[in-house]
Design a protein around this ligand. Structure first.
Ligand code: ATP
Ligand code: MG
Length: 286
């Protein structure tokens, strides 16, 4: 990584040279066709799960895909995908090499750059902005069809940095069906409108489960709130993802990728989500 992170728009005098990180950022991002930031106002609704499933599904469909985890406080992506190693830094060009998974999916998270993964790091606002800009500008993505970005909950520095630094980024919003989550979702919609971040669509996650005893549908977080909110704001609805204990177990075991790799029932709603995203972005080559 380069040395001194700067906040976006930081003024360093009228005669200053263009910021080299700004230049690397725009060069790097110019080679990426679609940039999707997965976000929600509320924590724990499944953003990282949706980001990982989307990235894996797009890679399995034959696209070149990067997955960037900008959750600096609680990065989940390396664990969910079972990534044990560290990202390497190419000494000569000072570029970070993403970890590459079997299907060619390139992954970067700040956790993959930390010598001790269990240690907590206290990130202050300007530092966060600098690190996220470096993760976007200094990673050797190498040209991509899709960059999927996993954001932490809320409407803070992380999604703001993405919105302000990535031309052409689009938001994928995630919610669970109950009113408390929907209230936070409405704030996310408002955030996107304020920072002029276009919204590709909305995923409703943890939308009921199939009872293992009677086979009936149990809507433990209510029903249909996400779809109704999507309709209200004119957002595309990207689907209802049921709560599935097999998915949670796969994520806990670092085997989330297996869900879509194997052509099984539990993958079906996720596959539909991926297909809809490809369709909306004109990438469905049938
Ligand atoms: N559809 C689902 N079925 C079963 N478990 C799920 C589902 N979606 C997410 N989970 C589980 O719920 C937990 C929270 O999911 P996840 O980490 O993706 O949420 P998040 O919104 O990214 O959280 P945070 O706000 O902390 O970043 C994880 O243990 C994950 O495996
Ligand atoms: Mg997360």
């Amino acid at each position: 990584m380069s040395q001194a992170p700067q906040t976006p728009g930081q003024c360093s005098g009228p005669s200053s040279q263009p910021d080299p990180l700004d230049q690397r950022l725009s060069q790097n991002l110019a080679g990426i066709k679609h940039k999707l930031v997965v976000m929600s106002g509320k924590g724990g609704v499944g953003k990282s799960t949706v980001a990982a499933q989307l990235a894996v599904g797009l890679a399995l469909a034959g696209h070149s895909v990067g997955l960037l985890d900008v959750d600096l406080h609680g990065p989940s992506i390396p664990r969910m995908l079972g990534i044990k190693g560290h990202a390497q830094v190419q000494e000569e060009q000072q570029l970070i090499q993403p970890v590459v998974l079997d299907e060619g999916l390139r992954v970067i998270s700040v956790e993959l750059l930390m010598p001790n993964r269990e240690a907590s790091v206290i990130w202050r606002g300007p530092m966060k902005i600098g690190v996220i800009r470096q993760l976007m500008g200094d990673v050797a993505w190498g040209g991509l069809d899709f960059l999927v970005i996993d954001a932490p909950p809320g409407t803070g520095d992380e999604p703001l940095t993405v919105a302000q630094n990535i031309d052409g980024a689009m938001a994928v919003l995630v919610t669970t069906p109950q009113e408390i989550a929907l209230a936070d979702l409405r704030k996310s919609v408002d955030f996107c409108l304020q920072v002029e971040l276009p919204m590709l669509g909305l995923v409703e996650n943890m939308a009921g489960l199939v009872c293992p005893h009677c086979g009936g549908q149990v809507d433990f977080l209510g029903q249909g709130g996400g779809q109704a909110t999507a309709q209200k704001f004119g957002l595309k609805f990207l689907g209802r993802m049921p709560w599935d204990p097999r998915l949670m177990a796969a994520a806990d075991a670092g085997r989330l990728v297996d869900l879509l790799r194997r052509d099984q029932d539990e993958a079906a709603p996720w596959r539909l989500m991926v297909e809809q995203v490809r369709d909306l972005l004109g990438e469905k080559r049938s």
